[in-house]
Design a protein around this ligand. Structure first.
Ligand SMILES: Cc1cc2nc3c(=O)[nH]c(=O)nc-3n(C[C@H](O)[C@H](O)[C@H](O)COP(=O)(O)O)c2cc1C
Ligand code: SF4
Ligand code: SF4
Length: 300
């Protein structure tokens, strides 16, 4: 048996989720390919060569990123193929469920049928920075949930996220982001006094939107998909992201380093944001994982 996950990940969160799935799939004897989606899709693997097909992406403005919609338009039509979706996003709000509607509709026209869909909360790469403790808890939760849910996927379980009233309309409205970000991307700039000219941003851009000429001058194209990889990874926080600069998040989260629990919880001005929704997400995840382990102990 084998599987493929076509993944787009701006700053690594969704890729981490996919790595957990790959690890669990392979423990179950399913050889797994992770295909990182870039604008050049000339080497797209054929989904029909795989027993399990998945797509993974971060939620952008309550939608799949434009590059995933492009993938759905390019992928080979099939007579019938079940697929699963893995999504990551910064907040656990139900409205995020609308993010796959367009993507699923495009794939449906090509013969793909949605079997299951899973959503993982991961630290924000935009809007504001979660505290390291919050980020660690999100990743810890994903590490507990993914192996269980990966087995559900392999077992062919149906897992659909609840519908949202006027969901299609909301998703359509927010897809304005795709056009707006192409325009905004032209207004990116770099703080000359901070830039190291390391070209990390230019090399990392998944759509080749950043060009640095021989004199070190930056030029930005009109293909930005606002994945924030350039500004997030910049080693000196020199990158400015146009009108969204105030929402810029720079620097990787130390997800694998357990936070010092004895230190006081750092305060941030968004501490109350979606507090209930995060609490519900963690509580449901804990219920699911403890039920799974109890059941496992009983059957052993
Ligand atoms: C342009 C943009 C829009 C976003 N929109 C949403 C959103 O609508 N809902 C949400 O919960 N998170 C949103 N986020 C946060 C990301 O979905 C989240 O941080 C995700 O885990 C990033 O995954 P990645 O590292 O794989 O790119 C947005 C991030 C960006 C850059
Ligand atoms: S990653 Fe940052 S420091 Fe490096 S070239 Fe780009 S803007 Fe300059
Ligand atoms: S310019 Fe930056 S934000 Fe835009 S697509 Fe490239 S890496 Fe992503």
């Amino acid at each position: 048996m084998n599987a493929i996950i076509y993944v787009f990940s701006g700053t690594g969160n969704t890729m981490r989720i996919c790595s957990l799935y790959k690890e669990e799939f392979e423990k179950c004897g399913v050889e797994t390919t992770i295909y990182p989606v870039r604008s050049d899709m000339s080497d797209l693997p054929d989904p029909e060569s795989f027993d399990h097909v998945g797509f993974a992406y971060p939620i952008h403005a309550f939608n799949a990123p434009k590059i995933m919609l492009d993938l759905a338009r390019k992928i080979k039509p099939v007579s019938h193929k079940d697929f699963f979706i893995l999504k990551s996003s910064g907040e656990p709000l139900k409205i995020n469920n609308v993010s796959s509607l367009r993507f699923v509709a495009l794939l449906k026209k090509k013969g793909y049928v949605l079997k299951s869909e899973y959503h993982y909360v991961m630290p924000y790469n935009m809007i504001f920075r979660h505290t390291d403790r919050e980020a660690f808890r999100m990743w810890d939760t994903a590490k507990a949930l993914c192996p269980i849910e990966a087995r559900e996927v392999l077992g062919g379980a149906e897992h659909k996220l609840p519908r949202v009233f006027l969901g299609r309309f909301v998703a359509w409205l927010f897809r304005i982001e795709h056009i707006a970000m192409r325009i905004n991307g032209r207004f990116f700039n770099v703080k000359a006094d901070k830039c190291l000219h390391c070209r990390k941003c230019e090399k990392a851009c998944p759509v080749g939107n950043i060009h640095i000429d021989e004199n070190g001058k930056f030029r930005f194209g009109k293909n930005c998909i606002m994945c924030t990889r350039c500004s997030f990874q910049c080693p000196t926080d020199a990158f400015r992201i146009g009108i969204l600069n105030g929402w810029r998040v720079n620097g990787a989260y130390p997800l694998d380093a357990p936070p010092d629990e004895s230190a006081p919880e750092p305060k941030h001005r968004h501490g109350r944001y979606c507090k209930k929704a995060y609490a519900r997400y963690f509580s449901l995840a804990e219920k699911k994982t403890s039920a799974f382990y109890k059941e496992n102990q009983r059957s052993n």
